[in-house]
Design a protein around this ligand. Structure first.
Ligand code: HDD
Length: 729
């Protein structure tokens, strides 16, 4: 967006490069002298100033005081939610002009690369908690557009727990560690969370998502993202339509197993952070397509649910997703604190062409985000922190406050003014000034929930119905785990009441695991979150709708399974390995975009049967099967014998099989496979069909084997293996 001055000077090109704008704020001590914060060169940074070598330290030591004081103040309050996160820089490009529905500049010019900063997060845990918690993931995108910043602050699930922002503090108090014991960390499996949820039927749909594999992403790069609320698009003619925003990952949507997640949490709590960082460092830039579901304003009431209800999604069968542009993350931050920790997202950061709906959750969020930054970042000037600055100039009459950076010149900091020729000027809509969509509202002031928000179960059921059998099993297991951790038995019973409203078989299976009965006459659909004087809308008269029985887009089983890009494959080898088959399989996997790591009993290198040194990436001590998507055992008599004799190697294979991953071995390494517990499950033949079903490949010809192995890895997981449960490892 051009400023008034720019308009007068058409030769000025807009500077769209966020990275170059960050540069003046970066510092690098390479080749420099050590100084105090005030530029004084420091002569001795090893010793404080003392009265004599052994004497007391002197208060005079301003160098010591400055250093310690700064250190003491290094921490700021962590985010009350989404404290644990990782971020990256990137760009967004729209495919085609979207002028028919929105006038937003960055959605209208396919030539513009809009810089973005994207932060992913878990919700409940503290800053230092594990990435692999069973939790919702945040997916917050800051677009530095030519019309100012647009923030799309979403999650990896399309709905939310509550319908009104006034319940947010209750929800978060319930899920955070319990206030007396500060336990458990980054986990929802405790009494206060489920006590609350069991009294809030409106959470039913979200609970299905949070108990599903969506809560255990394989990678941030393999998650969908959702703006959740219904927003508004407004075009140049001031015609408005409703819009839902979705991010579709080009690598598909994939999850890890719960047992694996718990294991990773111990072995590498930074697993997702590392994965994102490493992918970007190695040039495997994560990509998503931006999808929109557009509903013309006149269709607002055409659905069986209310578009304003954030516990509902619009099934893709009803309104198809149009993919309108691509997001690419291509640069890691230079400094975690300055960028990832200090970035401040806010739903109220919009640009002309994007506006809000009356979703009561969205409306409350519009207050919360700025408010939280004021505390977290210490004052009203957080927009001046380099990562938060727009790429376009900022001019207004706001002044002063803690840590003000801008040196505003001139006498006037008010408008209208004559002294300063009335600058800065308000912009007309034609000059890019934001105008609120003039929605007609003619209503009474009430504290109430619309009756159209009261069907809490139809979409929860739609979600459950849409899952594949393994996904349904995982939901049953997740609920059995979480409810199994509760101390208060009555909460389990109440939850079973809620589950029985969603699906009787789901409730029965969880009840079986908990060895209690499903309440015959649950205290439902009573909504316990109704106000003291009841709700003006009569809940009993709610008709449970939801004519759609199942939606393919809701199941991760239907995600594309045609690529092994960035998948990590472990090769278990030792001295004497047959380097030819190793190389054939490695080269083919790498050509397909996978990452191969050689794991051996000792670090550094192994010597092949033909005396070739092969670099080793990890020993069995520092590696674990949970860090890999698949495992391969190459041939070579001595190597095979060593791997077979190594208990850690056999455990590696057993665990990979348990977590339903693709396993391959050279035919001459059969004795290693025979040492595993799954040796009896090896199929007799390895046709493509068997490989896709079973995920195991054994072969003599490395060239043939690797094609089938690639096919197997691209299936991601062979969840059917879990059916005979209680697999050791
Ligand atoms: Fe929120 C952070 C997403 C409801 C109040 N939220 C936060 C972040 C994400 C979301 C991704 C982290 C941003 C970052 O990386 O810095 N929040 C959501 C979604 C919601 C939602 C998708 C429902 C659809 N949030 C929500 C409500 C409230 C808040 C109803 C309060 C009324 N959220 C906050 C907050 C946070 C926040 C307290 C903490 C840190 C921050 O804002 O910057 O203001």
């Amino acid at each position: 967006m051009a400023t008034k001055k720019d308009l007068e000077n058409p030769s000025l090109q807009p500077d769209n490069d966020k990275t170059s704008k960050l540069m003046p704020h970066t510092a690098d001590g390479n080749g420099e002298f050590l100084t105090t914060n005030h530029g004084l060169r420091i002569n001795d940074d090893q010793n404080s100033l003392k009265a004599g070598e052994r004497g007391a330290t002197l208060l005079e030591d301003f160098i010591l005081r400055e250093k310690i004081t700064h250190f003491d103040h290094e921490r700021i309050p962590e985010r009350i939610v989404h404290a644990r996160g990782s971020a990256a820089h990137g760009v967004f490009k729209v495919y085609e002009p979207m002028g028919a529905v929105t006038k937003a500049g960055f959605l209208n010019d396919p030539a513009i690369e809009t810089p973005v900063f994207v932060r992913f997060s878990t919700v409940a845990g503290s800053r230092g908690s594990s990435d692999l918690a069973r939790d919702v993931r945040g997916f917050a995108v800051k677009f530095y557009t030519q019309e100012g910043n647009f923030d799309l602050v979403g999650n990896n699930m399309p709905v939310f727990f509550i319908q009104d922002a006034i319940k947010f503090p209750d929800l978060i108090h319930a899920v955070k560690p319990e206030p007396d014991s500060e336990m458990p960390q980054a986990a929802s499996a405790h009494d206060t969370f489920w006590d609350f949820i069991s009294l809030m039927p409106e959470s039913a749909h979200m609970i299905m998502w949070v108990m599903s594999d969506r809560a255990l992403p394989r990678s941030y790069r393999m998650m969908e993202g959702f703006g959740v609320h219904t927003f508004r698009f407004v075009n140049q003619e001031e015609v408005s339509s409703f819009v839902k925003f979705l991010w579709k990952p080009l690598l598909g949507v994939h999850a890890v197993a719960w047992d694996e997640a718990q294991n990773i949490s111990g072995k590498d709590p930074d697993y997702h952070r590392r994965d994102l960082w490493d992918a970007i460092e190695s040039g495997n830039f994560p990509e998503w397509e931006l999808g929109v579901q557009i509903v013309p304003e006149e269709d607002e009431f055409k659905f069986e649910f209310d578009l304003l209800d954030p516990t509902k999604l619009i099934p893709e069968e009803l309104v198809p997703v149009q993919r309108i542009g691509k997001l690419t993350l291509n640069r890691n931050p230079d400094n975690f604190f300055a960028e990832t920790e200090q970035v401040a997202y806010h739903l109220g950061h919009v640009v002309p062409g994007i506006d809000f709906s009356n979703d009561p959750l969205l409306q409350g969020r519009l207050f919360s985000y700025t408010d939280t930054q004021l505390l977290r970042l210490g004052g009203p000037n957080f927009h001046e922190i380099p990562i938060n600055r727009p790429v376009v100039p900022v001019h207004n009459n706001q002044r002063d406050g803690h840590m003000r950076q801008t040196i505003n010149r001139g006498k006037t900091s008010y408008g209208p003014n004559k002294i300063g020729d009335n600058f800065p000027l308000q912009a007309k809509a034609s000059e890019g000034g934001f105008t609120t969509y003039p929605e007609r509202i003619d209503a009474r002031k009430v504290r109430a929930r619309s009756k159209s928000f009261f069907d809490h179960f139809s979409q929860a059921r739609l979600f459950f119905n849409s899952q594949s059998d393994p996904e349904k099993n995982h939901i049953v297991d997740a609920l059995s785990f979480e409810l199994g951790k509760l101390k208060t038995v009555s909460i389990r019973e109440r939850m079973l009441g809620i589950l029985s409203m969603i699906d009787k078989s789901l409730a029965a299976e969880v009840a079986f695991a908990l060895r209690i009965s499903v309440p015959q006459d649950p205290e439902l659909p009573m909504n316990h979150s109704i106000p003291a004087d009841g709700n003006p809308a009569d809940f009993d008269s709610v008709i449970f709708k939801g004519s759609l029985i199942s939606s393919a887009a809701l199941s991760m089983a239907n995600t594309p399974k045609d690529s092994v890009k960035t998948r990590k494959i472990a090769f278990l080898a030792a001295d004497g390995v047959d380097e030819e088959s190793l190389k054939t399989v490695k080269d083919a996997l790498e050509a397909a975009g996978a990452i191969v790591e050689v794991i051996a009993p000792r670090l550094n290198y192994i010597i092949s049967k033909n005396d070739v040194e092969i670099p080793v990436d990890h020993s069995f001590l520092t590696a674990a099967s949970v860090f890999y998507d698949a495992v391969y055992v190459p041939g070579g008599t001595n190597s095979v014998a060593t791997v077979e004799a190594d208990a850690d190697a056999v455990h590696f294979l057993n665990e990979a099989f348990k977590h339903c991953k693709a396993v391959a071995a050279d035919a001459s390494a059969m004795q290693v496979v025979e040492a595993t517990y799954f040796s009896k499950k090896i199929p007799a033949e390895f046709s493509d069909e068997t490989v896709v079903r079973e995920g195991i490949v054994i072969g003599e010809d490395a060239g043939v084997l690797v094609d089938k192995f690639i096919l197997a890895i691209s299936q991601h997981r062979f969840w059917e293996r879990e059916k005979p449960r209680k697999i050791p490892a």
